[in-house]
Design a protein around this ligand. Sequence first.
Ligand SMILES: Nc1ncnc2c1ncn2[C@@H]1O[C@H](COP(=O)(O)OP(=O)(O)O)[C@@H](O)[C@H]1O
Ligand SMILES: [Mg+2]
Length: 437
Amino acid sequence: MNQTGVLLLSHCGYSFMEELISNVATHSLESFVLSSLPLPANSHRIQELQAKSAWFAVTENHALTWEDVERVMQKLAAQGYSIVCCLSVWEGYRTFMAKANQILGVADIEPAQVELLLNKYELRQQLNQAGLSQVDSVLLNERTWLDLQSKGKSAFVKPVTGIASYATFRLTADKTWQDIEKIQSEIASDLIYSSIFSANRGFMAEDYIPGQEFSFEIMAVDGQPFVVAIHEKVEVDESGSAVLENACVAPPISLDEIQLKKARAWIEPIFQHLQLQWGCYHLEARCYNDHWEVIEINPRVGGALISPSVSILTLGISMTQLWLNNLLYQIDEEQLQQKNQLAKFDLGTVTYQPSPMSSYFRVYFAKPGRIRTIQQNICCLEPDIVQVSLKAGTEVVETVREVFLGQILWAIPENKKNQLLPKLIAESRNTIQVDYE
Ligand SMILES: Nc1ncnc2c1ncn2[C@@H]1O[C@H](COP(=O)(O)OP(=O)(O)O)[C@@H](O)[C@H]1O
Ligand SMILES: [Mg+2]
């Protein structure tokens, strides 16, 4: 048996494991999987991952610690396995991944850089001081909350370190500091997400950033960032205590060629200032009157169907594949090859080749209540990927985060985009139809 492989960190039995294991296999490498304990309802994931990986371990807790990762690295080495690199798409383990890669001598960003990106308050301060953001921010406590509310300035509240739009909302007159305290106790009891917030960095508020929202899928190779794709969030729902990102299209439809080039150029000084020299990024931003502002910079692939959406645009290479290449291609010649490949996707380069395809995906969220039926309706274009994660009979409880119900991805030939996309955006709202009891 091949004893050489990639260490994959899984959160509660998930984190794109099937996709990552199959990517690793295409490089003739094995997958060594370390997972935190799945929730009781998903204990089947233990057997499933065990069957799919060359080496598997599960911890006793729902969140991995650095000690777990370190122990497994030592164990693998003692058993004669050789780890080429470590990869995790779960944001809570991104620092562990960076630490492991540092030990393995694999080029990746440093753990301290990951920590900075995950701390949205510190990041905003840094960008602000460098003149790369004009948004003011403040750490929240009862006093700063009341102060902001009395000023009546348009502000946005979010956890300093957050994920899945958990507790992200506008600070309006009807909200109180006690709401934050309630949210904090909800977070503490959430088995899947609480570890993300365990750094206990609290909440922050910052100027409300108006405008249209986009995400930039970026790969950095040896100090050079490549924008592989730009997705436009064509529907964002800000009505509840979590901002729901419903539908995305790439390339963007509301930016013309000049605006796209400007957007691409805007990325460059941010990456330079933060010295993000390696790895994969999902940078979220809003644009208003041609002014761009960072929302957040995730040092990982985007969630939902971002990775397969990139695969449509690149005609077959997903974001997770590109990320793995980034970790595996360590010698100069391989890096040069990767740069040449990425340059074709990046509209900021002279070798850019526009894709003949557009991609569109919609994410479906559940409402509180008991699901009676879930049905898939036909619409104007056959989907590429359909994923439904809840079943009839599921009881969905009220929460301040997004609750995934399912997601669908469509590939649209560029020459049919004008005709198909508006129809698809409208029709796809009901492609997954749920009835509640
Ligand atoms: N300052 C802001 N102004 C307006 N909307 C914001 C602001 N910060 C975040 N949002 C909205 O809330 C969403 C979630 O915030 P984000 O910081 O991305 O948190 P998460 O890590 O949970 O994704 C964003 O995608 C955006 O739509
Ligand atoms: Mg976000």
